[in-house]
Design a protein around this ligand. Structure first.
Ligand SMILES: Nc1ncnc2c1ncn2[C@@H]1O[C@H](COP(=O)(O)OP(=O)(O)OP(=O)(O)O)[C@@H](O)[C@H]1O
Length: 291
């Protein structure tokens, strides 16, 4: 799959949504293709709001989008899109006394899988896909946080949706669980359009083919992870003292400072990371990292 020649599966133009005086989305336009796109942004950037709009949980005040060819502004378009949608919200509404199987089965019923036998096979399939077959009879309140996240992912995968919206699915997971989750998301991204909101730049570097940076309700960057990293080329340097002109800078474990911004002449340049490119894309918005 070549991301440059892949056709757009989602097109959003000028999406806007206000909460009182807050412009949570302030004219968001973007294109998604099949594969996993990472959505990065500081707290309050509008990520959850954007995902809720794209998951048809809330309508935008202005702008429009189509996903998998469906336009959710009509009731028929909304229904068609919801039938092809898997949504893992930031705080999944679990009933703690449901077992893992019952919860996913309940979601499958909501997704109109009416044939009981076929539905139960599908529930077993997705629980198996997230490696939870052994605990499918356990109540959710007895599962660890990481297991509950996997139950939520299984619920999002029910019915093999073509469009997956995942809101910070790796939050609260330990590094080993996060690695397993990345693998599951990468598998889910094969042939599907996946939009993954995260604060983890490593998640994006390791599994996304595209990345969108959102801040203040606006898209600050849209491109490949390599392009975001390349933005920081020649703009990351090391110094013995805190560099007053740096956009962001912090003391490393080695005792030296790692600085981002316009380097002074003769600076000792460092290899940039995706996180450096991300902080530069925010252009100072939330990039005052001082330690
Ligand atoms: N239901 C709501 N009522 C009022 N304000 C809201 C509501 N939902 C979001 N907001 C505001 O809209 C802005 C965007 O919030 P949103 O939750 O989309 O950001 P986010 O990027 O997901 O943040 P985080 O990374 O902290 O989850 C914030 O200023 C938030 O306070």
């Amino acid at each position: 799959m070549d991301p440059l020649t892949e056709p757009s599966t989602l097109r959003a133009d000028g999406l806007a949504l206000r909460f009182g005086g807050t412009r949570a989305l302030d004219g968001v336009s973007l294109r998604l293709t099949r594969g996993v796109t990472g959505l990065l942004g500081p707290n309050g950037a509008g990520k959850t709001t954007l995902l809720r709009v794209l998951a048809t949980a809330v309508p935008a005040d202005d702008g429009r989008f189509t996903a998998l060819g469906h336009d959710p502004r009509t009731a028929a378009g909304r229904l068609a899109l919801r039938r092809e949608l898997g949504y893992l919200p930031q705080t999944p509404g679990f009933h703690p006394d449901f077992t893992a199987f019952e919860f996913v089965d309940y979601v499958a019923i909501l997704k109109e899988l009416t044939d009981r036998g076929a539905r139960h096979r599908e529930v077993r399939r997705v629980l198996d896909a997230v490696d939870l077959s052994d605990v499918r009879g356990k109540r959710l309140k007895r599962l660890s946080g990481g297991m509950r996240q996997r139950v939520a992912l299984a619920a999002a995968l029910v019915g093999d949706p073509g469009f997956l919206v995942l809101d910070e699915p790796t939050v609260g997971l330990d590094p080993e669980q996060r690695m397993r989750f990345r693998d599951l998301i990468a598998q889910a991204g094969e042939g599907r359009t996946v939009l993954l909101s995260t604060h983890q730049t490593e998640d994006v570097a390791m599994l996304c083919h595209r990345v969108v940076v959102l801040a203040g309700g606006r898209v600050r960057f849209e491109g490949t992870p390599a392009e975001l990293t390349a933005r920081a080329a020649g703009r990351v340097w090391s110094s013995a003292e805190r560099a007053p002109g740096a956009l962001a800078g912090w003391r490393t474990g080695m005792g030296t400072f790692r600085n981002i911004g316009a380097p002074p002449a003769g600076a000792d340049l460092l290899e940039p990371t995706l996180e450096d490119g991300y902080l530069l894309a925010l252009d100072g918005e939330s990039a005052e990292v001082t330690a």
